[in-house]
Design a protein around this ligand. Structure first.
Ligand code: ADP
Length: 449
């Protein structure tokens, strides 16, 4: 049993983890940068340790300082949430060398799945369908173009180390290949320090369908249904829902079984996500595995009643899963909207600043995960996501209506947010009818894409 967990993150996810620990009777240690001295996670945890100045590289990405804080506070384990060090195998190694449990999979598995080109090959070996593409790493536009000509256009050039939609470019024809390849590669070098690329066939108008996995130390692996994350802007998710209306019971079983096989092929342990693209002919393809808790885990929690963060902690403590696949039941429909501090009038550029007025809606089937409070200043240096609104109702239509009502009531003053844009999406006739794909926003709101 863990007595104390250090949370190596900030914002709403740090608060979410602190709450899970508290419910389980586990002590919490927050770490914070100087700009987060008054932040909610710093205030809520039992203990809080300053780990450096605002830039993430000096604080939330500073492995030595976080490990030192953990040793000083005598915490047994670290939960890294998402982003920052959550998928950093070097950090996981450092934890184990210092006898600290990292709440997540092993460094080996993170390495194997973190390199997306290598993950594709692991899946090919396990007979999991992947998007047609390159098997070998690609380092130059000349080498890549040869593959692209073979696969046939359109293709998508992707960074092996990519994440968050970075280092990715669609190429419509051979004339633009070199330029798009080089742009993606430069972006990858700048963001991830890696020039390794791979190329996939570009699937037109697919849905992004992902399965939540839980795997314990004893080889038990279950899937908790899918999330439809097709509403994206620049390959970044904005709205997620579960279940997906595009999926029949039969297809859910088939994709879910494939996801479990994929997790087993990766030798996976803890909570993870298998991401697929689903095309109009109900063919699905693995695109990547995320080896952390995800932003959108909340919609799965809502329809399954399972607390995923608590499950992560229990698995890390060596407990076996307390339920079987047959015992997982999916109840009703859940939708999440990500609320970002950004200015829609200025191409959704970040909009940090002081919150001068805040009203959080509530009611039956409404959950808001946030670290905001009135008087709080949203810093400019971190991610712009400031709140997640999650609703639950018996049908998709009712959930959409509930979300509209919640967004209409939500008040955040002092900064700009994307609440009105989210409201517009929920009102869109195609969204309401479920006619969505990953190209929905770029095709529907051309001026905003
Ligand atoms: P990241 O790790 O940066 O999130 P992913 O590989 O998960 O990148 O892809 C993010 C999104 O990019 C997908 O949800 C989808 O919208 C789009 N995408 C990725 N690969 C393809 C593809 N082969 N064809 C069409 N769209 C794709």
């Amino acid at each position: 049993m863990f007595k104390k967990i250090l949370i190596a993150n900030r914002g709403e996810i740090a608060v979410r983890i602190i709450r899970a620990c508290r419910e389980m009777g586990i002590g919490t240690v927050a770490v914070y940068s100087t700009v987060d001295k008054e932040a909610l996670h710093t205030q809520l945890a039992d203990e809080a340790i300053c780990i450096g100045p605002a830039p993430a590289k000096d604080s939330y990405l500073n492995m030595e300082r976080i490990i030192s804080a953990c040793i000083a506070a005598k915490a047994d384990a670290i939960h890294a949430g998402f982003g920052f060090l959550s998928e950093n195998s070097k950090f996981v190694d450092m934890c184990s060398k210092c006898n600290i449990v990292f709440i997540g999979p092993s460094a080996d598995v993170i390495n194997k799945m973190g390199n997306k080109a290598e993950a594709r090959n692991t899946m090919i070996t396990a007979n999991i369908p992947v998007v047609p593409g390159t098997k070998e790493p690609v380092y130059s536009a000349k080498q890549g173009k040869k593959f692209a000509d073979e696969i046939g256009y359109p293709v998508i050039v992707k960074a092996s180390s990519g994440g968050g939609g970075k280092g990715m470019r669609i190429v419509e024809n051979k004339e633009e290949f070199e330029h798009q390849f080089n742009t993606a590669q430069i972006e990858s070098v700048n963001a991830f320090g890696d020039d390794t690329m791979y190329i996939e066939k570009y699937v037109r108008n697919p849905r992004h369908i992902e399965f939540q996995i839980l795997a314990d130390k004893y080889g038990n692996v279950v899937q908790l249904g899918e999330r439809d994350c097709s509403i994206q802007r620049h390959h970044q998710k904005l709205i997620e829902e579960s279940p997906s209306i595009a999926i029949s019971k039969k297809l859910r079983k088939k994709m879910g079984d494939t996801a479990v096989r994929a997790a087993k092929a990766a030798g996976y342990e803890n909570a993870g996500t298998i991401e697929f693209l689903l095309d109009k002919d109900e063919k699905f393809y693995f695109i990547e595995m995320n080896t952390r808790i995800q932003v959108e885990h909340t919609v799965t929690e809502t329809i399954t009643g399972i607390d995923l963060v608590q499950e992560q902690i229990k698995i890390a403590m060596g407990e076996a899963l307390s339920f079987t696949q047959e015992e997982v039941c999916l109840d009703g429909h859940s939708i999440e909207c990500r609320i970002n501090a950004e200015n829609p009038a200025n191409n959704f550029s970040p909009s940090p600043g002081k919150i001068t007025n805040l009203h959080l809606p509530g009611g039956k089937g409404v959950r808001i995960d946030t670290a905001l409070f009135c008087g709080y200043t949203v810093p400019a240096v971190y991610d712009s996501m400031i709140a997640k609104v999650i609703v639950h109702d018996s049908s998709r239509e009712k959930a959409i209506n509930k979300m509209r009502s919640v967004l209409g009531e939500f008040i955040i003053e002092g900064i700009c947010t994307n609440i009105d844009f989210q409201y517009e999406i929920l009102n869109n006739i195609d969204f309401r009818a479920g006619n969505i794909s990953t190209d929905f926003i770029s095709q529907t709101f051309r001026e905003n894409s």
